[in-house]
Ligand binder design. Structure first.
Ligand SMILES: *Cc1c(COP(=O)(O)O)cnc(C)c1O
Length: 341
């Protein structure tokens, strides 16, 4: 297989169209066999459920090349089960979890020429998604759905090292207490756009969202979960029913306990206590961990002792261990690495 001639280390995080994607349709109560297709465009009726009432969900994961030259992806079974949870919450038929993993493998194989080489820092971003496709005008779930997976090569998240971010405590809410914050639905992102555009205009990289009920507890950012490091070197991560269960965060919790022997607490985290932590990071598939150096709460600055120059030492250890597992330098827990080629 001849790799595409792309400037791997200088790719951004944008869409680059490749030749192959996976499509399966749900009609008359069943998913069809699905197939790899070449057409990147979708033609739907103007009244399709997705256009009218936003019945759409998605996932995100990455394929990459390990040091020994294999193409792998990380815990795709967890994306499969999370997408099934998302589907159930939006009254959509879940795409069978085993078939999800199989389709990820197929589409990555078909696009192997786009999987960046080891050491480039770039990866192949995989985007599974599903939408209601038949006309829906009265408010109800669609009867027909399309499940698709496309891929796009993306550049290294941090060019020239991970610089700590400055974020702000948002006055907007991300997710209602009994709403849809725990599922990966486009609707959660549509309504966060206003808040992130405002935050960027004010010079902040991200929003820290609080629990809407009391506005005293830390939830997450628009697309990443929080981890905090205590002054004793323990890991604390917020627990709430309206946080999206990040696979990166769950993996870091495991790594902290079982590889690094750290004390781990998954519990409610109050904004009041954030000033007492030693380090703070945002975790998600895209960057694994982005360090946070400063949190601004209505003009009041909370400066993490780890500073604004580099990742704190515990965050760095977590980052190096998880990426070491992902890249095949450290032994992975059973089932974490799915070899594709
Ligand atoms: C996808 C997502 C995350 C990160 O989840 P990962 O599985 O680690 O990529 C965190 N928060 C939100 C709101 C998300 O949509």
């Amino acid at each position: 297989m001849e790799k595409k001639q792309l400037d791997w280390s200088n790719l951004g995080f944008g869409y680059i169209q490749t030749e192959a994607r996976f499509v399966s349709n749900y009609r008359d109560g069943a998913w069809d066999d699905g197939a790899i297709v070449t057409d990147a465009n979708i033609t739907l009726n103007e009244c399709a459920g997705v256009f009218q009432y936003a019945q759409t969900i998605f996932e995100g994961l990455k394929a990459y090349t390990t040091e020994d030259g294999h193409i792998v992806c990380f815990r795709p079974d967890l994306n499969a089960s999370r997408m099934a949870d998302s589907a159930r919450r939006l009254e959509m038929p879940a795409f069978p979890e085993e078939r999800f993993v199989d389709a990820v493998v197929q589409v990555v194989k078909e696009n192997a020429a786009y999987v960046p080489p080891f050491g480039s820092g770039a990866t192949l971003y995989i985007r599974p998604y599903m939408m209601g496709t038949n006309p829906v005008i009265g408010v109800k779930p669609a009867d027909e759905y399309m499940f698709r997976i496309f891929v796009t090569p993306v550049g290294p998240y941090f060019k020239g090292g991970a610089k700590p971010l400055t974020i702000k405590v948002s006055d907007f809410d991300r997710a209602a207490p009994n709403g849809t914050g725990h599922i990966k639905a486009g609707l959660n992102y549509a309504m966060s756009l206003h808040a992130i555009v405002r935050a960027h205009e004010e010079g902040y990289a991200e929003n820290m969202y609080l629990d809407p009920q009391t506005r005293t507890k830390v939830e997450e950012t628009g697309g990443a979960n929080f981890i905090f490091i205590t002054k004793d070197g323990g890991l604390v991560t917020p627990k709430s029913n309206s946080i999206l269960p990040s696979i990166t965060r769950r993996s870091l919790v495991y790594v902290a306990k079982h590889y690094l022997g750290m004390e781990v607490e998954e519990r409610e985290v109050y904004l009041d206590e954030v000033k007492d932590f030693a380090e703070c990071g945002l975790c998600g598939t895209a960057a694994v961990i982005s360090p946070v150096g400063k949190i601004v709460d209505h003009g009041e600055e909370i400066c993490l002792p780890s500073g604004m120059d580099e990742m704190g030492p515990a965050t760095k250890k977590l980052y190096d261990t998880l990426t070491g597992i992902q890249m095949g330098k450290l032994e992975a827990p059973e089932g974490w690495i799915r070899t594709i080629l």
